[in-house]
Design a binder for this molecule. Sequence first.
Ligand SMILES: NC(=O)c1ccc[n+]([C@@H]2O[C@H](COP(=O)([O-])OP(=O)(O)OC[C@H]3O[C@@H](n4cnc5c(N)ncnc54)[C@H](O)[C@@H]3O)[C@@H](O)[C@H]2O)c1
Length: 487
Amino acid sequence: MKTNFSNLLVALLALVMCAACCDTPSGENYRFKDGMIVFDEPQRAAGQESMLGFAAEPIPVVRVGFVGLGMRGPGAVSRFTHLEGVEIKGLCDLEQHNVSKCQSMLERASMPKADEYVGEEAYKELCQRDDVDLIYIATDWLNHTPIALYAMEHGKHVAIEVPAAVSVEECWQLVDTSERTRRHCMMLENCVYDFFELTCLNMAQHGLFGEILHAEGAYIHNLSDYWNDYHGNWRLDFNQKHRGDVYATHGFGPVCQALNIHRGNRLTYLVCMDTKSVNGLEIAKAKMGVEEFANGDHTTTLLKTEQGQTIEIQHNVYTPRPYNRLYQLTGTKGFANKYPIQGFTFVPGQLPSEVLKGATVEAQKIDLSKVDPASVPEATLNPHNFVTPEVKRAVMEAYKHDIHREIEEKAKQVGGHGGMDFVMDYRLVYCLQNGLPLDQDVYDAAEWSCIGELSATSAKHNSMPVAVPDFTRGEWNKLQGLKFHTK
Ligand SMILES: NC(=O)c1ccc[n+]([C@@H]2O[C@H](COP(=O)([O-])OP(=O)(O)OC[C@H]3O[C@@H](n4cnc5c(N)ncnc54)[C@H](O)[C@@H]3O)[C@@H](O)[C@H]2O)c1
């Protein structure tokens, strides 16, 4: 009888232990809790402080080293030749010819030659220099975080191409290293500086859309013309191995800004569903001789925020479709849409009368000097249609962001995706020169980059909800709204 009882106890204990260990799938850094997947969130180490609102000492002349000079990197080098108060100290790549190409850009711009670093670990020597302030990283995705960590450990600020990190663990590494070393870690999310997005952000901050309830973003870009051009086939190789939205930040960053993520709001959880891979698999079969491809042709992720909003983001780089980042804001009083048609919808009374009058004057070719402005009829707004082209133009002009007022003309001359890339570099350098907080902080980099692994994990578990880590560790409500700092 006694033996039976102890056997029962042992069996019960085994059951309880099994239930506990089943909560944490073996080898994973997440567990199942209350119907949700929850990733491990490391504690902040003693002596480490938040980077919210962080400003470094002003750097009047920003000395920069570039790492990764393939298709994207040289554009950044070229743009930096148009910025005041910068010195390009180092150029680093795996290939000498890429370094030489950028060296000639400096020569053409009558800038001093930069030192050259070639090879897999050559960036380390560049990061060890004491006459470099900023390391600008445009390598393949797997190299982003390791190089950024090394650079911050050696006292450098870092700017990292998108996505800054490829896993939740790497996101935490960036946050912890930035907090510990007190170095800026900015992801180079250029789309937040695009002309429509930044104008809409300004409109949102002025309440033009009422309360924003739902937002959409995407990276829909058929990459068939590019698959052969990535160094060592890194991009197809990564996608072949990884499910989920592996390139979320272009669509996600701008809508997170409009929803004040970690500036009074936060992402709570997501669910993800993807299609099977057809075109991706076909490309990979032909190029890599593989029989499997993890990344679905079309991946859709839905997120919820603390303030009760939803966000939908999509990823598709395989099927024939016009380029599309969606960018939609659905508010209680208005709506903005960027692709395929830029437009706004507002309920009557939602636009200031001066803006509407300006549009009416343009539409009806009225010469205001000859009539009483008060008698000019207002263009009509209704909740069903896009506003007229004249109203759209007037709104875009009235709510043009101060950053664009300042730099738009030069940005369009210098270029880089129509100018937004130059606006981004300009703001990065301006904030460093003036000792201001950067527009995008390390928490943005982590929040926007973690979507890759979180969405993959949801898809793997039949679209199970996945909690989005709070990389600010409880301080998401400390800053109120996004500010672009100026001196
Ligand atoms: N923001 C944007 O609009 C935008 C546009 C295109 C690409 N990107 C990003 O830019 C990055 C680069 O993309 P790409 O299209 O130029 O790829 P690419 O393959 O053309 O270039 C990558 C370069 O990194 C170099 N590299 C790799 N490991 C290195 C190391 N250890 N040290 C030094 N150099 C190293 C390679 O030699 C190669 O020249 C990616 O992160 C991509 O997502 C962003």
